[in-house]
Design a protein around this ligand. Structure first.
Ligand code: NOJ
Length: 540
């Protein structure tokens, strides 16, 4: 099928934290190959791999020094080919991450740019500018890095370069034809090695308004810099010219049979996000509105309707995510009081307030049944299928996320959702590898291991397996029809396919179950659907 992604379930692998084959404490490609059976048994349709390219890991691999090489700590190109062959042998598609907004500071292009000096054509591949002030000692604009601090760093000869992320991640200049040509080559390289698609990092920020004079950002409400909502003509985000990049990529990816798929990371409101998935651009864009929705039936319904409508508007299929390697794990989010500031909570090492993990897990189970019932594709982040909570108590000295230092240690960052997976109830690094693990696994981590959960019919893992086994019953039918006749209170109720009724109770009180055969339930039922629970029923 050409558009296999339309209702696929993709399992996101964070390679350093999935499985370690050589005991060095870091996950690797042979580790993934050896554990692909877990993903096939789960019933997923494919994998998406976060970056595994050569990188100094200033940002966990999103700082790439060679886009055509595997980082030696993760393996070799041969290991990559073996992994793709094994995945395909199991019927799993393979999507890889592509990072076009920036390179690593160790990329040969950036090194050459530093050596070549101001005014050189090497510098034109990036965004170098002279500074402001008498001796050029002030950054060219007031732009801030997403990770904290200024978005400009000064080099020895006095010029400044732009980086929307860490200092070690200089932004490329997408006005440069050489940059565009290089990425065409990278897409062809991996497509030729058999990958089925690409996830595009920061897809909405490649093109910037670099006309002189560069425009400072304006401070709005209470000292934050304007975002896209405050300034639709933002100099850094969602520039109109970015769409031409994806039209071009679509032509490149159509050289392959079947055409390689694309999903963009587009943190924008729906009406702007959907422009990225017009028929001649990307296939899909991540829908982060769903991820950010409060545990509340009405809020979910609004987001689901809007997401389906946005996707339909441009003829694509919606995407659904409840977590990824950048956000606090859903079990913890759903176990925290509504409105908890996650950053402050992380700074308290996850203790203030103490999350109710039992409640969070109940809700995360119900949310999984919601996510996997919705029309479109779902992206499941490794560990979600185990119900892993956030490892919020990581000690400061273990943190690797650049957010921690760049924010002056006020933002603990994303390491808590990146702790290596537990595969066995005990043993060294809970079966992650024969040695340790690059981020410390919390005590008792083995309780969530694949082995422990496999043997427990009531585990989160077996819930995901059952749900994915039943998903084909209805997923080819792309409609969702709300049932407003049931009037069950704070309950999402909708029909999928030829007669599957999905109920998600976001309230605390149980509701009467309508008649039907239970296909999958997030909890025990007694003729009623308890609060914070979900069920798939087949009409009888
Ligand atoms: C988004 C990625 O998901 C995140 O992990 C990374 O830090 C930034 N882009 C920069 O590449």
């Amino acid at each position: 099928m050409q558009q296999w992604w339309r209702d696929a379930v993709l399992y996101q692998i964070y390679p350093r934290s999935f499985a370690d084959s050589d005991g060095d404490g870091v996950g690797d490609l042979p580790g993934i190959t050896a554990r692909l059976g877990h993903i096939a048994d789960l019933g997923a349709d494919g994998i998406w791999l976060s970056p595994f390219y050569a990188s100094p890991w200033a940002d966990g691999g999103y700082d790439v020094s060679d886009f055509r090489a595997v980082d030696p700590r993760l393996g070799t190109l041969e290991d990559f080919d073996a992994m793709v062959a094994a995945a395909h042998g199991l019927g799993l598609r393979v999507m890889v991450d592509i990072v076009p907004n920036h390179t690593s500071e160790e990329h040969p292009w950036f090194r050459d740019a530093l050596a070549a000096g101001p005014g050189s054509s090497e510098r034109d591949l990036y965004v170098f500018r002279d500074g402001r002030g008498e001796d050029g000692g002030l950054p060219p604009t007031n732009w801030r890095s997403t990770f904290g601090g200024p978005a400009w760093t000064r080099v020895e000869d006095g010029q400044w370069y732009l980086h929307l992320f860490a200092r070690e991640q200089p932004d490329l200049n997408w006005d440069e034809p050489r940059v565009r040509e290089e990425f065409r080559g990278i897409l062809r390289f991996w497509s030729g090695r058999g990958v089925d698609g690409f996830r595009i990092d920061v897809a909405y920020a490649l093109v910037k308004d670099l006309r002189e004079p560069l425009r400072d950002l304006v401070l709005v409400d209470g000292g934050r810099f304007e975002d896209i909502a405050a300034n639709p003509d933002h100099p850094l985000l969602d520039r109109p010219g970015v769409h031409e990049v994806y039209r071009d990529w679509r032509r490149v990816l159509a050289e392959f049979d079947p055409p390689r798929a694309t999903v963009g990371e587009v943190w924008l409101p729906g009406d702007r996000r959907r422009l990225y998935t017009r028929p001649d651009e990307l296939d899909q864009a991540f829908n982060f509105d769903f991820l950010r929705t409060e545990w509340d039936a009405d809020s979910y319904r609004r987001v689901i309707d809007a997401s389906i409508a946005d996707a339909a508007h441009v003829g694509t299929a919606p995407t659904w995510v409840v977590g990824n390697h950048d956000v606090v794990r859903p079990v913890s989010v759903l176990g925290l009081p509504r409105g908890t500031d996650q950053g402050t909570w992380l700074l308290s090492d996850g203790r203030d307030p103490e999350p109710d993990l039992e409640l969070g897990t109940r809700r995360a189970r119900a949310l999984a049944l919601l996510e996997l019932a919705l029309p479109g594709s779902a992206y499941v982040y490794q560990g979600e299928e185990l119900g892993l909570p956030e490892a919020a108590g990581l000690p400061a000295e273990a943190l690797e996320d650049p957010r921690w230092e760049r924010s002056g240690r006020t933002d603990k960052g994303r390491d808590g959702c990146r702790v290596p997976l537990p595969w066995t109830p005990d043993g060294p690094s809970y079966g992650f590898g024969a040695g340790g693990s690059w981020l410390p696994q919390p005590e008792g981590w083995g309780r969530w291991s694949v082995e422990a959960e496999s043997g427990d019919p009531g585990s989160v893992l077996n819930l995901y397996r059952r749900a994915l086994a039943h998903r084909p019953d209805f997923c080819a039918d792309r409609t969702l029809v709300w049932d407003d006749t049931l009037n069950l209170g704070p309950v999402l109720a909708f029909w999928r396919g030829p007669g599957v009724l999905v109920l998600v109770n976001t309230g605390r009180e149980p509701v009467e179950l309508p008649p039907g055969e239970v296909l999958v339930a997030s909890t025990e039922l007694d003729g009623r659907l308890p609060g914070d629970a979900a069920v798939w029923l087949r009409r009888v």
